[in-house]
Write a protein that binds this ligand. Structure first.
Ligand SMILES: [Zn+2]
Length: 69
Protein backbone atom coordinates (compact mmCIF):
# COMPACT_ATOMS: atom_id res chain seq x y z
CA UNK A 1 0.00 0.00 0.00
CA UNK A 2 1.40 3.38 -0.89
CA UNK A 3 0.81 6.34 1.30
CA UNK A 4 0.72 9.74 -0.28
CA UNK A 5 2.64 12.40 1.54
CA UNK A 6 0.19 15.00 2.64
CA UNK A 7 1.40 18.52 2.15
CA UNK A 8 1.14 20.74 5.13
CA UNK A 9 -0.98 23.74 4.33
CA UNK A 10 -0.31 26.58 6.71
CA UNK A 11 -3.41 28.56 5.95
CA UNK A 12 -6.97 28.38 7.10
CA UNK A 13 -7.84 26.33 4.04
CA UNK A 14 -9.90 23.30 4.81
CA UNK A 15 -7.55 20.47 4.04
CA UNK A 16 -10.09 17.74 3.60
CA UNK A 17 -11.44 18.88 0.24
CA UNK A 18 -8.20 20.26 -1.16
CA UNK A 19 -7.01 18.80 -4.43
CA UNK A 20 -3.98 20.29 -6.11
CA UNK A 21 -3.26 20.53 -9.80
CA UNK A 22 -1.13 17.71 -11.21
CA UNK A 23 1.05 20.26 -13.00
CA UNK A 24 1.57 22.79 -10.22
CA UNK A 25 0.62 23.44 -6.63
CA UNK A 26 -2.45 25.49 -7.33
CA UNK A 27 -5.84 24.27 -6.30
CA UNK A 28 -7.40 22.01 -8.91
CA UNK A 29 -10.52 23.33 -10.56
CA UNK A 30 -11.17 20.58 -13.09
CA UNK A 31 -10.85 16.83 -13.13
CA UNK A 32 -10.22 15.11 -16.43
CA UNK A 33 -10.97 11.41 -16.61
CA UNK A 34 -9.01 9.26 -19.05
CA UNK A 35 -9.00 5.57 -19.86
CA UNK A 36 -5.78 5.32 -17.83
CA UNK A 37 -6.87 7.36 -14.85
CA UNK A 38 -7.61 10.87 -13.76
CA UNK A 39 -5.75 14.16 -13.76
CA UNK A 40 -6.58 17.30 -11.84
CA UNK A 41 -5.94 20.73 -13.28
CA UNK A 42 -5.99 24.23 -11.93
CA UNK A 43 -7.75 26.81 -14.05
CA UNK A 44 -4.45 27.94 -15.58
CA UNK A 45 -3.36 24.48 -16.69
CA UNK A 46 -6.84 23.46 -17.70
CA UNK A 47 -7.01 26.44 -20.05
CA UNK A 48 -3.51 25.66 -21.32
CA UNK A 49 -4.44 22.07 -22.20
CA UNK A 50 -8.13 22.54 -22.81
CA UNK A 51 -8.13 21.88 -26.56
CA UNK A 52 -6.25 18.61 -26.08
CA UNK A 53 -8.25 17.58 -23.04
CA UNK A 54 -11.54 17.96 -24.85
CA UNK A 55 -10.33 15.50 -27.46
CA UNK A 56 -8.56 12.99 -25.23
CA UNK A 57 -10.48 12.99 -21.97
CA UNK A 58 -13.49 10.75 -21.50
CA UNK A 59 -14.99 13.25 -19.11
CA UNK A 60 -14.16 16.62 -17.64
CA UNK A 61 -15.83 17.73 -14.47
CA UNK A 62 -15.42 20.81 -12.31
CA UNK A 63 -13.98 20.43 -8.83
CA UNK A 64 -15.33 22.51 -6.03
CA UNK A 65 -18.62 23.27 -4.50
CA UNK A 66 -20.21 20.21 -3.04
CA UNK A 67 -19.77 17.50 -5.59
CA UNK A 68 -20.68 14.04 -4.54
CA UNK A 69 -18.31 11.53 -5.97
ZN1 LIG B 1 -1.67 23.98 -12.53
Amino acid sequence: MTTKVIKTISTKTTVTMYQSCDSCLARAKFKATFSFGELDFCLHHFKEHESALIITAEAISPIGGHDED
